[in-house]
Design a protein around this ligand. Sequence first.
Ligand code: ATP
Length: 550
Amino acid sequence: MEKLVSLCRRRGFLFQSSEIYGGLNGFWDYGPLGVELKRNLKDAWWRDMVAAHDDLTTHAGAPGAYEMTGLDCTIIMHPQVWKVSGHYDLFADVLVECKESKKRYRYDQVRCRWIDGTGMHLPGSDQQYATEQVKYLIATVAENEAEDLEKRAMKLLKVRSKDKDSLKWIDGVTTLDQIDTQDFDKVFAPEATKLGTFGEPRDFNLMFESHAGALQSEDNKVFLRPETAQGIFVNFKNVTDSSRVKVPFGIAQVGKSFRNEITPRNFTFRSREFEQMEIEFFCHPSQSQDWYKYWRDRRMAWWQSLGLSGKNLILRDHHPDELSHYSTGTADIEYAFPFLPEGEYGELEGIAHRGDFDLRSHMEGKLDPNSCPLTVQLGEDGKPVHRGSGRDLTYRDDITNERFTPHVIEPSAGADRGALALLCEAYHEDTAPDDKGQDQTRVVMRFHPRIAPVKAAVFPLVKKDGMPEIAQDLYRALKKKFPAFYDEKGAVGRRYRRQDEAGTPYCLTVDGQSVQDQTVTLRDRDTLEQVRMKLDDVVEEIERRVTGSC
Ligand code: ATP
C-alpha cells in the first residue's frame, strides 16, 4: 500500500487536499492522471447504467425490460428531507474519546488485544511489579496493527526490544465495541500514556451542518447531503409527471456526498467528502425480489468487467440478522483492499432492497424503522416526530389501473472507493528490458484500457530527421478521439517506463523506418509485444482496442 500511495502522489493520481498547509484529514484532491481515471469510472457507470441502456430489450437475468433515467440534485436540500429520512435522528456512528489525548475514535474501529501483565512492570511505575494476576487491553488504530500493538505493549509494560518475545498475548485481535465498558479502566488507548482514558461510547451524527442565508439560527440550519439517494426519492413525482417513464424504471445520480467521519483513514477509502454513483430502481412489490437479485448480480458483473475480478472481489449477502425488517435483502460488493488484514474486505457498493420505506416516509412522515408493519413514529403529543410532505407518491399503472407504492432496489456505489480499488488492482511490479536489453524491475499500472487515464503515448525515436513531425501529427489525430500524450524527452526506454507507471496501454514509436514507409511500432503495455503497423491505421486500431475491450 505504501508503494501505491507514493506512486499516486509522484505521478499525480492523488494529493492530500490543501497539502501546502499541512493537509486536511479526510479530504483528497485528484491530480492530472487521477481526474481522468475517476472521470472514466463515472462515465463508464453512467454510460452502462443510463445512456446506453436499451429500454426495449429484456437483459439477461432481468424479470423484464425497464427504463433508466437520470437526475442531478442539489447538495443542500430542505432540512425536512433529512428529518424524515431518519438521518437527522439516526445517522450516527458511535465514538469513544480519549480524555488524555482528546482524540476521538470510531468505537468499532479501535482494534485491541488482551495481554497478560502478571509479573511485569506496573504501568506508570519503574520499580513495582504486578504480583497478582492482571491483564490489559492494548488498543491501536494504526495500519501496521501488529507492530503497533507490540510497540505499545512494550511501552506500557516497560519491556525492552530484546525481550519482546516475553510478551504474553491472550487471544487474537478484537474491536473495542466487543469489550465490556466495565473493562475500560484496563484499556491503553492508542495515543495515551496512561491506562483507562476512554470515556463512555456515545453517538455522533455524521452530517455536516451549515446555514442557508445571512442568519445563523436553528431555523435556517441546513445539512450537506450524506448520500445522493434522498434527492431521487423527493423527485420521484417530478420525474414520473414530467417524463413518460413507467414502473419498472430507475433513476441514477452521480454526485458529492459528505460525512463527518470520526476517523477518516485508509487513503481515500473513508473520506469526509466523496462521490457516490447511486440508482433508485422503482418496481412493483410482487417483482421486487427478482429485481433485487438482478441488480445484485448485474452490479457485481459490472465491476468485474472493469478488471476487478478473481479472489479480490466478493459479493457478500447480508445475514438475515443484519437486515432491517423492511428489507428482504442486502448484499455488499467488497474488495480486498491491501490496507486491510489478510482475509478482510471493504465495501465498494451496497445493493439494498428497501421496500416502500423511503417513498412512504416522504409521504407520511418519519417511519419507525423498528415497527412491524412500518408505522409513523409518533411523539408524546401523538403527532409525527417528523412530518412528511403529505404529497401522494404512489403510482398508478395505467394498464391495470392498480395504484401502489413502488418498492425500491438501491445499488449504491462509491466512485472514490471504486477508483481506489482500480488503482490497487492495477499496481504490478515485473521485469522488462531497458534500452540496453538488461532486465529491470518496472512498476506498471495495468488499468483496463477503458478506464486508463491516457490511452496512447506517441514518441519520436529521436528529435530530428522528420520523426517529430510525423509523431506530432499522429498525436493530434489521436487526441481528437481520446486522451493521448506526446513525449520526445530522454531515452525511449525511460519514456516507456513513465507510461507504464501512468497505466497507458499503448505506446507508438516513430523511427527512421517510419519516415521511409509510413509505419510505426505499437507496443502493448502488458504483453510488451511490439507490432509494426501502417500510420494510417493507428487511430482506428487504438480505438478498436480501447472500445473493443468494453
Ligand atoms: P461504511 O460501512 O464503509 O461506512 P456505508 O455502508 O455507510 O459504508 P453506504 O451508506 O452504503 O456506505 O454508501 C454507499 C457507498 O458510498 C459505499 O459502498 C461506499 O462506496 C461509499 N462511501 C460511503 N461512505 C464513504 C466514505 N466515508 N468515503 C468514501 N466512500 C464512501
